[in-house]
Design a protein around this ligand. Structure first.
Ligand SMILES: Nc1ncnc2c1ncn2[C@@H]1O[C@H](COP(=O)(O)OP(=O)(O)OP(=O)(O)O)[C@@H](O)[C@H]1O
Ligand SMILES: O=P(O)(O)O[C@H]1[C@H](O)[C@H](O)[C@H](OP(=O)(O)O)[C@@H](OP(=O)(O)O)[C@@H]1O
Ligand SMILES: [Mg+2]
Ligand SMILES: [Mg+2]
Length: 343
């Protein structure tokens, strides 16, 4: 589903991966030790050999954290990079942060938890101050259904939500189940759904989704195929609930020239930079992506429909260089504050 990277945005506009020819002495100089706790799937997709080699040439090393041993008995680390399933690990990290406040944790568990709930994930986004940013950011109307979905028909009417609705599990926990989404066309069909869930108005958007990947201050935007628009006839005639496949993990490429330019045009750079700046401040995250769609028929009205922690960066063509630059920035900042691990 992913098209080639359409646009480089951020300090490195060239997107070229320049293999450093640093002197052998510099290559030995260790600038940053990153302890990582990742699922095997994530380690495979993120910690690819090219990233490790490029990082090592810059004095950045990755050390696997043994999840069966106390974290404080491992290291020392300058950075802890983590994405594991379940909340137990978050308690381990929080204890570790108390003990070693000088270690940079990517990202703090509290910040991650906020976007692991699809209600709190989007809270407050509709009132972002993005005037003068060449566009508008909205959030689809949505409501939470915690228990009985049979009574939710009245709730939907009271909340003024219009069908079709996208039904999403309220909590994101990395399991396939937390990505099982449904399109509900009528009230009666809501009874077939399993709470707790979020019901979110479906927004027609021309079948193209913008994935805005964020690594610190760097933004990379890619297009993906999305769900097709729902016609008025379909809204009238269709009834029931239909599960649909994951968009993110789909691999089909899309040829930009096949798309209506008004639909395919990337969101304006000032709007993306304003949105990312606000989200960085509000969420306290540095590694995340934003799923954005353009409202059908508009040029500059966009809806944020999903925010993901530590997404599949491996899908970005130059992610290795982006991360090496990001880590070097961390090393520089820590060095200036005298916070680097004593080696
Ligand atoms: N409100 C909406 N209006 C239109 N399309 C939507 C809406 N919500 C979701 N979609 C479509 O469904 C897809 C999956 O939705 P969403 O990204 O919220 O699910 P997810 O399980 O968090 O996916 P991801 O793998 O990106 O984490 C979106 O990429 C988009 O194509
Ligand atoms: O296409 P992307 O990179 O957005 O796909 C992501 C997806 O958005 C979620 O972030 C997934 O994480 P969970 O929400 O925890 O399932 C990522 O899976 P992961 O195994 O790579 O963490 C997808 O890559
Ligand atoms: Mg998504
Ligand atoms: Mg998601």
């Amino acid at each position: 589903m992913r098209v080639e990277e359409e646009d480089n945005m951020g300090p490195r506009g060239d997107g070229e991966v320049v293999l450093d020819t640093a002197s052998s002495q510099q290559q030995q100089q260790e600038k940053l030790v990153i302890g990582y706790a990742l699922t095997s799937k994530k380690k495979h997709s993120f910690l690819q050999p090219k990233l490790e080699v490029l990082a090592r040439k810059k004095g950045i090393s990755f050390v696997s954290i043994d999840q069966d041993k106390p974290l404080s008995e491992q290291g020392p680390f300058d950075v802890v990079l983590h994405k594991l399933l379940g909340n137990e690990w978050h308690d381990v990290i929080q204890d570790y942060q108390q003990k070693y406040p000088e270690v940079t944790v990517l990202d703090p568990p509290g910040a991650i938890q906020r976007i692991y709930n699809r209600q709190s994930m989007l809270q407050g986004l509709a009132d972002l101050n993005l005037a003068e940013c060449d566009g508008m950011i909205c959030v689809p109307k949505q409501m939470v259904v915690l228990q009985d979905t049979t009574s939710s028909a009245n709730e939907v009417a009271k909340a003024g939500l219009k069908f079709p609705l996208v039904a999403k599990p309220l909590l994101v926990d990395g399991t396939a189940k937390s990505h099982q989404l449904f399109l509900a066309y009528d009230c009666l069909s809501l009874a077939e759904l399993e709470p707790p869930l979020v019901l979110q108005e479906f927004v027609n958007h021309g079948g193209v989704l913008f994935k805005v990947f964020v690594v610190g201050d760097v933004i990379r935007v890619v297009r993906r195929f999305s769900l097709p628009d729902v016609s008025n006839v379909e809204k009238e005639k269709v009834a029931g609930v239909f599960q649909f496949p994951r968009v993110s993990s789909s691999a089909a490429s899309v040829n930009k020239t096949d798309l209506d330019p008004r639909v395919a045009e990337l969101p304006p750079k000032p709007l993306l930079e304003g949105l990312v700046r606000e989200l960085r401040n509000r969420l306290g995250l540095r590694l995340f992506n934003i799923d954005m769609i353009r409202e059908h028929g508009s040029q500059d009205v966009f809806y944020v429909i999903d925010i993901n922690y530590f997404p599949g960066y491996g899908k970005i063509p130059d992610y290795e260089q982006v991360f090496v630059d990001f880590f070097l920035g961390l090393a520089q900042a820590k060095h200036e504050k005298g916070l680097c691990v004593k080696r």
